[in-house]
Design a protein around this ligand. Structure first.
Ligand SMILES: C[S@@+](CC[C@H](N)C(=O)[O-])C[C@H]1O[C@@H](n2cnc3c(N)ncnc32)[C@H](O)[C@@H]1O
Length: 267
């Protein structure tokens, strides 16, 4: 099978992958037949999953604009996905061209496409990295070249922590990241959560994801709060993403109860 010119060498086109499935759900084209077929199975199991992708992405945009409004000019976006409309660097560099952004993802397609669209952008880069090996990300010289950890940083963990198993201890990973950042830094996250009346849809989606390299699990607001222990939650706290600082200029979104969002500040 011949691969499109944007596909990195060695990419496995036989197994669906979370980054490319999400890209398809958002209307992107950096995905393969196996991802599209898998996404259609997800949609058949739970038609509402498309709205999940869109509302999560909208939360990311609002959180980043809010953080920029707090004066944050450095962003470490882990599990950044395949760059699509409303990328973090587009949002923050429109506010301040000197703002720096490092995208980190475990998926090669996300990284290579990120590099391509950032060519010529001296203040943003995309690197391969695994959140489960967070120390490696923090020590990476390409991260250190753009992010000064003595100044406030926003660490973005949007729709990625539900791919981390309990054994990999997501709370420790968040703690390690926030401890590496200066006081006044922020963590922004979103996380898939269980909703009683969507139990069977969620179960089917979770089972389907078991066929990918990154299985998925739900966590409740208490478990998300435990990940942000020691940080100060920004109002309104841990809420459905659609309830986190909704933009009065945008049409009201249907409440998205399946994804929790939060932003917290390192005191
Ligand atoms: C649902 S997408 C979210 C993309 C983006 N953060 C957003 O919210 O629009 C999840 C991303 O997390 C990445 N991912 C999953 N496990 C990861 C890990 N252990 N380390 C880094 N990235 C990971 C996937 O490759 C995928 O691109």
């Amino acid at each position: 099978m011949s691969l499109p010119e944007w596909a990195p060498d060695g990419v496995d086109v036989t197994v669906p992958n979370a980054a490319r499935v999400y890209d398809y759900g958002l209307g992107g084209y950096h995905n393969f037949a196996v991802d599209r077929e898998f996404a259609e199975q997800l949609i058949a199991a739970w038609p509402g999953i498309l709205q999940v992708a869109h509302t999560n992405r909208a939360f990311l945009g609002r959180a980043v604009r809010w953080l920029a409004g707090q004066g944050i000019r450095q962003f470490l976006d882990i599990g950044s996905g395949i760059p699509t409309r409303g990328n973090v660097h587009e949002v923050v560099q429109a506010i301040d061209p000197a703002a720096t952004v490092v995208y980190v993802d475990v998926d090669d397609v996300a990284v290579s496409h990120g590099r391509a669209i950032l060519a010529g952008n001296r203040n943003a880069t995309a690197i391969g990295g695994d959140l489960r090996r967070v120390e490696g990300i923090l020590a990476d010289e390409r991260v250190r070249a753009l992010i000064d950890f003595d100044q406030p940083v926003a660490v973005l963990l949007v729709a990625v922590l539900h791919f981390i198993t309990d054994e990999d201890d997501p709370a420790r990973l968040v703690r390690t990241l926030s401890a590496a950042c200066a006081p006044g830094s922020f963590v922004a996250l979103s996380h898939f959560t269980a909703v009683d009346d969507l139990g069977s849809e969620h179960e089917q989606v979770t089972k389907l994801y078991d066929r990918t390299p990154t299985s998925v699990r739900t966590r409740d607001a208490g478990q998300v709060a435990a990940m942000l222990d020691g940080l100060e939650l920004v109002e309104p706290g841990i809420v459905p993403v659609t309830s986190w600082h909704p933009d009065p200029a945008e049409p009201a979104e249907h409440e998205q109860r399946s994804v929790l969002g939060a932003v917290a500040r390192r005191p």
